[in-house]
Each structure stands twice: as C-alpha cells, then as structure tokens.
Write a new protein. Structure first.
Length: 276
C-alpha cells in the first residue's frame, strides 16, 4: 500500500510538472501570432533565396556565355556562365565537377560523326570533339554546337566577364594551378557543366544549352521570361544542333549567327589556328 501511494504521489507530481503556468500561457498568447507571421514570410521567401543562390552558384555572370553583341551587331566580348564559388556573397555553396567521366543517363550519346555544317574553325577540332564526346558521354554535335557559339574554336580567347578558352569556362571553375586554356582541361570543365545542365533539364538539349548560358533557373521558367541573351542562345543552339543531328551540310541558323556577329569571332579563331 505504501508503495502504491508513493507511486500515485509521483504520478501526480509529474502531471503537475507538465502543466503550463499562467505566465507561460500569457507569453504564448502574446508572441505566437508574431512567430506564425514570421514563419509564413520565411515559407514564401526561402524558396526564392535558394533559387537565387543556385543561379549565382551555377551561372557566375548573367548574360554569358557566347559573344555579346551590341545593337549594331558588333562583337563586344565573349563569356560563359558556369559553376561559381559564391562565398563572396556569404553562401557556402560550391559546385565543382571534378569527374565527369561517369556516363550521363540523360545524354543522347555520341552520334558517331560530326556534321559537315560547322565552320572550319570548329571542324579543326573534330577529332578532339569526337574523343571528348566519348569520354564524357555527350553527343559530339552538341559539344560542337556549344563550341561554335562559345568560341568558334578559339582556344585562348577571353571574355570581358573572364570566361576562358574553347568552351568559355569561368576561372573559378578550374582547380588551382590548372591551365585554363589547355584544350583538354577546358573541355573537361565545359563538358561537366553541360552534363549537369542535361541532367537538370531531363535530357532536353535546348534547355541544357540555355542553362549553360543563363543558369539553371531558365529551365523552370517560360522562355519569354528569360533575358535576351539566353533567348538568342536557345534559338541559335537548338537550330544549329537540329541541323547537325540530321547531318546537314549547311544551317540557316548558323548563317544567322554568323551574320549577327559570329563571323568576326570565327575570323579571330581562324587567325589563332593559322587557317587564314
């Protein structure tokens, strides 16, 4: 009996310990609405903050890569949006693809040949493009299309935004001490970004190229909401790539790209490669 009474006493004590005091009830009543409002605001704002952080981490500088054209059609620079360390912005997010040799399940796979429509400066790299396509499990015509728009095969060109080489890769995407103009290293880094964009776009090559240019947020938004540069990049990239996949010997989209200023970029590339 004594043991039972003691047990009841302890249960009552525990029950009393769980009771909320009037003071605590007053605090909850006073501050709970404010906390609920804060929680609602965070729920609305956080997704946008995360999306912006990813865009910064993936894109670097909005409006690249590919050459930037003035209203008169003059080339005023080249550039690339790739993966960037955004520690400067207070975000500890670094996407650094060091090994992209694992096959990409969303790529269409090597097509077996490079279409004859590409300019001579890009065709100069044909054997390398075929090898890189095999190594990184990408369609060689897709790699060639990106190279066409990015640098027209110029291996050492720099953009006003700091993008480098054949695939116009931003410096902070390279490991310390890497030669950014080395075609093998540059291709590895560029292929890594393109593979990630293909993964994010579920294998849609057009969206992947727009992602390569404008960052991953373009994949989630209607095309008419994109900036002008990703829209141009998407239009040129999809047109050239569609013609290349059918092994055409010419492309009206490539001609439009050349007339819009690409011919100047290719002239510089030809001089660098000794093709003049």
């Amino acid at each position: 009996m004594a043991l039972k009474s003691q047990s009841n006493y302890r249960s009552q004590r525990r029950g009393k310990g769980r009771a909320i005091s009037p003071h605590h009830r007053e605090l909850i009543a006073r501050y709970l609405p404010a906390w609920l409002i804060i929680a609602m605001i965070l729920a609305m704002v956080l997704p946008r903050l995360v999306s912006s952080a990813l865009d910064l981490a993936f894109s670097g500088v909005r409006g690249a890569p590919g050459f930037v054209i003035s209203a008169t059609g003059t080339i005023i620079g080249t550039g690339a949006d790739v993966i960037v360390d955004v520690a400067e912005a207070g975000i500890s997010l670094v996407l650094n693809i060091d090994d992209v040799s694992i096959p990409n399940p969303f790529s269409r796979g090597p097509s077996g040949q490079l279409a004859p429509l590409f300019t001579q400066e890009v065709a100069y790299w044909e054997q390398d493009i075929m090898r890189w396509a095999t190594t990184y499990s990408l369609d060689p015509n897709l790699l060639a299309t990106v190279m066409q728009i990015e640098s027209c095969g110029h291996p050492t060109i720099n953009s006003h935004a700091g993008a480098q080489g054949l695939f116009q890769v931003m410096p902070f995407h390279f490991a310390t001490g890497e030669n950014m103009h080395n075609p093998e290293i540059n291709a590895r880094r560029g292929a890594g970004v393109l593979s990630e964009c293909l993964r994010m776009s579920n294998g849609d090559a057009g969206l992947a190229m727009a992602c390569y240019n404008g960052g991953p947020s373009v994949i989630r938004r209607p095309i008419n909401t994109w900036l002008a540069e990703p829209q141009r990049y998407y239009r040129w990239g999809t047109g050239i790539y569609a013609d290349a996949k059918t092994n055409k010997s010419s492309s009206s989209t490539l001609d439009a790209w050349l007339n819009a200023g690409g011919a100047g970029l290719c002239s510089m590339a030809a001089g660098e490669l000794g093709l003049n």
